[in-house]
Design a protein around this ligand. Structure first.
Ligand code: BGC
Ligand code: MG
Length: 617
C-alpha cells in the first residue's frame, strides 16, 4: 500500500552544481571478477595477464575505471576474501610485475584501477593470525579474542550468541591460546581487532603500498562489520520468519554491525587517500561496502565536515530485480533512496556483483536492457558487474562443482539457495572453447551452456544486442544533462516507469520502461506535464522496433512488454514540481547488507528489511 501513497509523487532532485565533476562521479565503474574474467595460461583460472589482454573491452564498454575483487595471496577459502598477505599478488593470478604491467596498460587506456581492500578480516593462515594464536608480539591483540563461558555442567561455550554470516557461531576455539576468536564470516576469516590501534595503522600501510603502485583507490569490503560491541553483549532475535536459528538473519545485528567506530575508521582511511589526491590533484577514492539500508548507508559517507567514503554502495535497485516488479516498486525504491540522500553524498547505483544472482536470472532476460537503462541514466556513478553488459545468466553449478563456503555449508540438498558460484562463472567472450575464457575445458567453475548464443563477440556483430544498447546508454552519459541534471522518477501507470533528467537550457532525457506483460500505449505528459511533447529516440531495447532518430510524441508512446525507449527532447518548460515529498518512514528500510541471494519471488522481497536473505514477508 505504501507504494500507492507515494507512487504519483514526482520528486525532483538536483545533483551537483555547475562545478566540474570528478572522474569518479562521471564514470561507469566496472567490476572485474579476476577468477572469471580471462585465463591467459590455460589453467582454467583467470589471471592478471588475462585482465591485461581483455582490458580494451572495459574501455570499449565505456567505463573509465574498474575495481577488481581480491588478487592477493590467499588460501582461497572465500574465493580470495581470506587474505594471507595484503601486499603480495597470489601466484595463481601472476606476479607483482604482472600487476605493474596491468597498471601500465590501464594508464595507456586512461582507465583508473581500484583494488579490493578487505580490512575486517584476514586469513587464518596469515602471519598475523598465526603469531596472534601464540601471543607473539606485536600480534597478540590483533584479533578479537575472548574467554569462554561455561554452563552449569562445566561445558565450555562461546562468549555470546553471535552468528557468522555464513551460518553457525561466529566464535572458534583455539586450544593453544585457550580462547575463542571472532569470525563474522567463515572460520578461516578471523576478524581484526580495531580496538587495538596498531591494526588501523597496518591497513594504512597497505593502502599506501598500493597507492604508491598507482591505484586510484579502493573498494572497501564489509565495513559494517569492522567494530563489535566492547562488552560482547548477546544480540536480540530479529523476529524474521523462516530463518533457522543458526542463520545470521535470526539475530538483529545491533552489536556486530554499524558500530560507531566504523565511521571514524573510514574517516582515517579517507585521510590517507586524500594525501595522495592533494599531491597531484587527481582524486584517489574509497568506495565502501557498508550497510546500504537507509538508517546507515549515508553514515558511511561521513558528515560533510569529516568525510568518510566517496561512495557507499547503494544496493536499493536489487529490490526491484524480480520478475513482476511494477512501476510503483521502481518509483518508490528509487525515490526513497534519493529523498533520504543528504546533499553532500554523491549517488551511486548497482544491479549486480559477485554476491548476488544476475539480472537476467532475477528479473528475466527480457528486462536486461531496461534495467541497464535505469542504472545508467539515474544520477551519479553507475557500477556494472562483468557480464551484465551482455546480459549473462546465472549458471547451473552442480554440488560437486560448488566451491562457495555458504553453498558448501548448506549441503547437497540446499546449496543452491546459498551458493554465490552461479553468478561467478567465466565471462562469455565468444563461441570458442570455454567461451574464449580459457584454452582449457576444465575451468574453475563451469562455463554457462548458453555461451554459443550468448557471448560478447556475437553481440558485437549482431545488428542489435544487449551490448550495443548498453554502449549507447553509456555514450549518452557524456551529456551535461545525464551528468548533472535533475531527476524525476515517476510511475506513470502501474506498468510504465519513467525516468526524466533535465537541466536548464540542455536537452531533456526521457526513459520510459514498460514493466507489464503486454504492449502498452502511454501518455507520459499525463504525470509529467512539463515534458516536451516530442522527442527523438536515442536508444531502445533489443527487439522494440524503435528507430534511432525517430521522433515520438510523448503523449502517445507504445512500448512492448519489458521494453524501454530512451528519448532526447528540448529543455523542459519550467515545471512546478520541486522536491517536497516527505521522506517515507525509514523503519521498514533497516539493514541491507551484501547478500540478496534469492530472486524470482515477489513484492515481499522488496521490503527486505533486516539482513540479506530477502525472504521476509
Ligand atoms: C564480499 C563477499 C565476501 C565477504 C567477506 C563481502 O561482502 O563481497 O564476497 O564473502 O565480504 O569478505
Ligand atoms: Mg569486525
Amino acid at each position: 500500500m505504501r507504494h500507492l501513497v507515494i507512487a504519483l509523487t514526482a520528486c525532483v532532485l538536483a545533483v551537483g552544481g555547475a562545478e566540474d565533476l570528478e572522474w569518479w562521479q562521471r564514470t561507469v565503474l566496472y567490476q572485474v571478477y579476476p577468477r572469471s574474467f580471462k585465463d591467459s595460461d590455460g589453467d582454467g583460472m583467470g589471471d592478471l595477464q588475462g585482465i591485461i589482454e581483455k582490458m580494451d573491452h572495459i574501455k570499449d564498454a565505456g567505463a573509465d575505471a574498474f575495481w577488481m575483487s581480491p588478487i592477493f595471496t590467499s588460501p582461497g577459502v572465500d574465493s580470495g576474501y581470506d587474505i594471507s598477505n595484503y601486499t603480495e599478488i597470489d601466484p595463481m593470478f601472476g606476479t607483482m610485475e604482472d600487476f605493474e604491467d596491468l597498471i601500465y596498460k590501464a594508464n595507456e587506456l586512461d582507465l583508473k584501477v581500484l583494488l579490493d581492500l578487505v580490512p575486517n578480516h584476514v586469513s587464518n593462515e596469515s602471519e598475523w593470525f598465526v603469531k596472534s594464536v601464540q601471543r607473539i608480539e606485536p600480534y597478540t591483540n590483533y584479533f578479537v579474542w575472548a574467554d569462554p563461558k561455561y554452563d552449569e555442567n562445566g561445558t565450555r561455550l562461546p562468549p555470546n550468541n553471535w552468528l557468522s554470516y555464513f551460518g553457525g557461531s561466529a566464535w572458534e576455539w583455539r586450544e593453544e591460546r585457550q580462547q575463542y576468536y571472532l569470525h563474522q564470516f567463515v572460520v578461516q576469516q578471523p576478524d581484526l581487532n580495531y580496538r587495538y590501534k596498531p591494526v588501523a595503522e597496518e591497513i594504512k600501510g597497505v593502502m599506501r603500498f598500493w597507492l604508491d603502485k598507482g591505484v586510484h583507490g579502493f573498494r572497501v569490503d564489509a565495513v559494517s562489520c569492522l567494530y563489535e560491541d566492547r562488552r560482547l553483549r548477546d544480540e536480540p532475535p530479529s523476529g524474521q520468519n523462516g530463518t533457522a536459528p543458526d542463520q545470521e538473519g535470526s539475530l538483529s545485528h545491533v552489536y556486530t554491525h554499524n558500530q560507531p567506530g566504523n565511521y571514524e575508521l573510514i574517516h582515517q582511511w579517507r585521510e590517507v587517500v586524500d594525501e595522495y589526491t592533494r599531491q597531484d590533484g587527481v582524486a584517489r577514492i574509497l568506495i565502501t561496502e557498508g550497510d546500504s539500508g537507509l538508517n546507515y548507508t549515508f553514515k558511511y559517507y561521513g558528515p560533510k565536515t569529516r568525510p568518510g567514503a566517496h561512495l557507499n554502495f547503494n544496493l536499493f535497485l536489487f529490490q526491484v530485480l524480480y520478475k513482476d516488479a511494477d512501476a510503483f516498486a521502481y518509483n518508490e525504491t528509487i525515490n526513497t533512496w534519493l529523498e533520504h540522500k543528504p546533499d553532500h553524498c554523491w549517488p551511486n547505483w548497482l544491479v549486480g556483483n559477485h554476491d548476488n544472482a544476475r539480472v537476467a536470472t532475477r528479473a528475466g532476460q527480457a528486462l536486461v536492457d531496461a534495467v541497464n537503462a535505469v542504472l545508467l541514466w539515474l544520477p551519479g556513478t553507475a557500477i556494472t558487474y562483468n557480464g551484465e553488459e551482455i546480459g549473462m545468466n546465472n549458471t547451473h553449478v552442480s554440488w560437486n562443482q560448488t566451491v562457495d563456503p555458504p553453498g558448501r555449508r548448506a549441503g547437497p540438498q540446499n546449496y543452491s539457495s546459498f551458493s554465490r558460484d552461479p553468478e561467478r562463472t567465466p565471462f562469455q567472450w565468444d563461441n570458442s572453447t570455454s567461451a574464449g575464457f580459457s584454452s582449457s575445458n576444465d575451468t574453475w567453475l563451469p562455463v554457462n551452456s548458453n555461451y554459443k548464443q550468448l557471448n560478447l563477440q556475437q553481440q558485437q556483430e549482431a545488428s542489435e544486442s544487449h551490448y550495443k544498447v548498453y554502449k549507447q546508454l553509456v555514450a549518452e552519459r557524456k551529456s551535461k544533462t545525464l551528468q548533472k541534471g535533475k531527476t524525476i522518477a515517476e510511475a506513470v501507470t502501474k506498468e510504465v516507469f519513467a525516468l526524466v533528467r533535465e537541466l536548464d537550457g540542455e536537452d531533456t532525457y526521457i526513459l520510459a520502461v514498460n514493466l507489464g506483460n503486454e504492449t502498452t500505449r502511454t501518455d507520459l505528459t499525463a504525470s509529467i506535464p512539463s515534458l516536451p511533447t516530442s522527442a527523438a529516440v536515442v536508444v531502445a531495447s533489443v527487439g522494440s522496433g524503435f528507430i534511432r532518430g525517430e521522433i515520438l510524441n510523448t503523449t502517445e508512446i507504445s512500448i512492448p512488454s519489458k521494453g524501454f525507449v530512451g528519448l532526447k527532447g528540448s529543455p523542459m518548460k519550467s515545471h512546478s514540481a520541486s522536491f517536497s515529498s516527505s521522506p517515507s518512514s525509514s523503519e521498514s528500510w533497516k539493514a541491507l547488507f551484501f547478500f540478496f541471494k534469492r530472486w524470482d519471488s515477489a513484492p515481499t522481497v522488496t521490503r527486505c528489511a533486516d539482513g540479506h536473505a530477502c525472504t521476509e514477508s
